[in-house]
Design a protein around this ligand. Structure first.
Ligand code: SF4
Length: 495
């Protein structure tokens, strides 16, 4: 086996280099300026490790190549020893030609050859990302003297439905990518050379921001590179797509500076006009018509969900959002005080049956049911009814009463410049009512999901669990209270 010292590009830094050479330069020359992964990114990495561990069971009885972080020489030495018994190898480590890899799984096959298996937590092959990744590994392995027979991608089978203990052979789809990888492999050496020149340069390459900043991954240097833009920049244009980059190339940074001659959609034109006027756009007749469809008692409903890659419960698929919490505010008559009901699952069992029972009991039998981006709530209810068909008649009665509070904002019937081109509840609520989520320990749905999983399925003290459950109640409660406040404010505006 050829060993290169020091190994320079890992598969993740190789992929960084493919995304942006400026990012690559920072990774090697100014790493302290790259922010550490936040909680959400860390959760994705952790989930990837869990999926990777499950994939090892596809090829059981293998040898794990353990080494201290950064001890590549040690890992390479252990790999050399572990090749001899010809058992599957997990995290086998090789270096060649300026690249080093830790291969997820190597499987011994006939004729002294090996199959390379790369594990991904996605539910399909993403050619532009996965193929160069595997090609890079194939280059390093082959160069290090490993005869490779085939390359596989083991990705999650999106059709998988859990029934009892997870069978990795059903959970994963093994896709033979030998042929496309061989095409991608051809210029790996040239790419590594080019990347090493970037790494060795005295200063970072001058790369303008572009669509590549979020593709294939959100770049960790985003805030650094994009900080020159003004607050209401052309990139806040609603559904602006590539238009922001086109405008930037023309030297236009501010939304307010977009010339009248530039063609904008109706909603973008409203956005620009509201910004220039410094006041909200209000389509009173449309808002009045929207509010006119609400019937008392009006129920304001919001769900929180968990959706792990490896389903926790039977009758659940990878990444399927499973509701574990609802908040419900009810206004029975125009001037009646608000009532609040909520549910937050206890214990580690599947929360769906109790969630549905409690929701059915709490939701008034008549009147409107208001949700923000209601397709999410109706989708979860439909899925729960597939699992629990006894609730189907009840859902048939509820569905026609559901009103989506997002619609007037998505249609720009109301738009406030402070929304900055967003119609999410997190943007609308403070712009319209002055209320926000600041000060809450949990401020968005992803965090609610992670925290619920942590205190329900992880090892925490009872006090910690109680604290987080209080935070979850407060967060979900504000989502529905926020909807009440939005409707109240719209009523005031249209009175
Ligand atoms: S933000 Fe964009 S330009 Fe800056 S390093 Fe990342 S990908 Fe490159």
């Amino acid at each position: 086996m050829t060993v290169t010292h020091p190994p320079s590009l890992s598969k993740s830094t190789f992929l960084m280099g493919r995304q942006c050479s400026k990012l690559l330069w920072f990774r090697y020359n100014a790493r302290d300026q790259i922010p550490a992964p936040d909680e959400a990114q860390q959760a994705v990495f952790d989930q990837g490790h869990e999926v990777g561990n499950l994939a090892k069971q596809l090829f059981p009885g293998g040898i794990e190549i353990d080494a201290a972080p950064g001890d590549f020489d040690g890992a390479i030495r252990r790999t050399t020893e572990a090749l001899l018994p010809r058992r599957p190898l997990y995290e086998a480590t090789f270096a060649h030609g300026g690249g080093y890899v830790r291969a997820d799984i190597l499987v011994p096959v006939a004729g002294g050859a090996w199959d390379l298996v790369e594990v991904k937590s996605t539910t399909r092959l993403q050619e532009e990302v996965h193929l160069p990744d595997i090609a890079f590994q194939a280059f390093a392995l082959t160069g290090a003297g490993i005869p490779l027979r085939k390359c596989f991608l083991a990705h999650i089978n999106g059709e998988f439905v859990r029934r009892g203990p997870i069978d990795p052979r059903k959970f994963f789809t093994l896709e033979d990518v030998t042929q496309p990888v061989s095409i991608w492999s051809r210029d790996i050496e040239d790419q590594i050379d080019a990347m090493q020149r970037v790494i060795g340069a005295r200063s970072h390459p001058d790369i303008p921001i572009g669509p590549h900043c979020g593709n294939p991954y959100p770049c960790p240097l985003h805030d650094h590179c994009w900080s020159f833009l003004p607050e209401a920049s052309v990139f806040t244009l609603y559904r602006g797509g590539a238009k922001g980059f086109t405008l930037l190339k023309q030297g236009i940074q501010k939304l307010a500076d977009i010339p009248a001659a530039v063609s904008l959609t109706n909603t973008q034109a409203i956005q620009r006009a509201a910004l220039l006027a410094g006041q909200p756009h209000i389509d009173r007749p449309a808002l009045a018509a929207f509010l006119g469809q609400l019937e008392y008692p009006v129920s304001f409903l919001d769900f929180e969900t968990i959706g792990p890659a490896i389903p926790l419960f039977d009758d659940a698929s990878p990444y399927q959002p499973i509701p574990f919490q609802f908040s419900l505010h009810i206004r029975r008559r125009a001037a009646a005080p608000l009532e609040h009901r909520s549910f937050l699952a206890e214990g580690t069992a599947d929360p769906r049956p109790e969630f549905m029972r409690q929701l059915k009991a709490a939701l008034p039998a008549t009147g409107s049911v208001v949700a923000y981006n209601a397709g999410f709530e109706t989708g979860r209810l439909r899925e729960c009814c597939e699992l629990l068909p006894a609730f189907k008649p009840w859902l048939r009665q509820v569905t026609p009463r559901i009103v989506d509070l997002l619609l007037p904002f998505r249609g720009f019937r109301y738009y406030h410049p402070a929304q900055n081109g967003s119609n999410s509840m997190k943007a609308v609520l403070p712009a319209l009512t002055g209320q926000g989520y600041e000060g809450l320990a949990i401020q968005e749905g992803g965090m609610a999901s992670r925290e619920f999983l942590r205190v329900t399925h992880g090892q925490v003290t009872a006090a910690e669990r109680r604290r987080v459950r209080r935070d979850l109640e407060e967060y979900c409660g504000l989502d529905t209270l926020g909807m009440v406040q939005i409707v109240d404010q719209l009523k005031r505006l249209t009175a």
